[in-house]
Design a protein around this ligand. Structure first.
Ligand SMILES: O=P(O)(O)OP(=O)(O)OP(=O)(O)OC[C@H]1O[C@@H](n2cnc3c(O)ncnc32)[C@H](O)[C@@H]1O
Ligand SMILES: [Mg+2]
Length: 215
């Protein structure tokens, strides 16, 4: 095996998210690796303000806050949908676009309406990508960062109710189903089925390669 420049993650891990859909996916991703995942909710942790200007910064803010509060390594994701015709919006503001009620039906319609106003009806004009920045922070401040994206087009009307957030309108390139129509395993697209499909699974493949070992 090659030398590891990264720090190995073992034992208990805080999954520092308050998003139930992300929590489920992050737990599924770490499950094969023998780490004990405890959620921010189970530990009663608050939500830090996401004041960063990049996905990477915001993921670090969330992981660092959870590591400081618990004395355990913490794992956070900051992610979002970037729509090319909208100059990359909503991007790091993806959660905020859904408002305090987390109304993603409204946020998806909002994006669709903006694309219609631009005359963007052909798939080539409706290109978008999801980005995931994953950050692990240890109580001593050591951090490990991984980022990945998945490209696709935005469909209308939304299709499927299996995922969360913007999944029902996102059709990844080379696939016939939206993320909202995919099972969690299909959306992850991990071996033996694939090399990682979703932004989060692709970033996690990098994290696992660097910081995790199967028991
Ligand atoms: O910050 P935490 O507590 O992790 O939860 P959050 O929902 O606020 O998460 P973010 O700040 O990272 O905002 C990302 C938003 O982008 C959307 N998003 C990210 N990944 C997604 C995915 O895999 N499928 C659908 N929508 C996604 C989703 O709506 C999220 O609320
Ligand atoms: Mg957030």
């Amino acid at each position: 095996m090659s030398a590891r420049p990264h720090r190995l993650l073992t034992g208990r891990l805080v999954v520092a998210t308050h998003n139930a859909g992300k929590l489920r996916e992050m737990r599924e991703l770490v499950a094969p690796y023998g780490v004990e995942a405890v959620s921010a909710g189970e530990l009663g942790l608050g939500e830090p303000e996401e004041t960063g200007t990049t996905f990477r910064d915001n993921a670090h803010i969330k992981a660092a806050a959870a590591a400081a509060a618990t004395g355990l390594p913490a794992f956070a994701d900051d992610s979002g949908l970037a729509v090319e015709a909208l100059g990359g919006a909503p991007g790091i503001h993806s959660a905020r676009w859904a408002g305090p009620d987390k109304d993603f039906a409204r946020a998806m319609a909002d994006i669709h309406e903006k694309l219609v106003a631009l005359g963007a009806s052909a798939p080539a004009q409706r290109r978008a990508h999801f980005v995931s920045a994953l950050c692990v922070v240890w109580p001593d401040g050591h951090r490990e960062d991984f980022e990945a994206r998945v490209d696709g087009v935005l469909v209308w009307p939304p299709r499927g109710n299996l995922g969360f957030g913007y999944d029902p309108m996102f059709l990844p390139d080379g696939h016939a189903l939206t993320f909202g129509e995919m099972s969690s395993d299909e959306k992850h697209g991990l071996p033996p089925r694939g090399k990682g499909l979703s932004h989060r699974a692709r970033a996690f493949v990098k994290l696992a390669e660097a910081c995790l070992e199967r028991p």
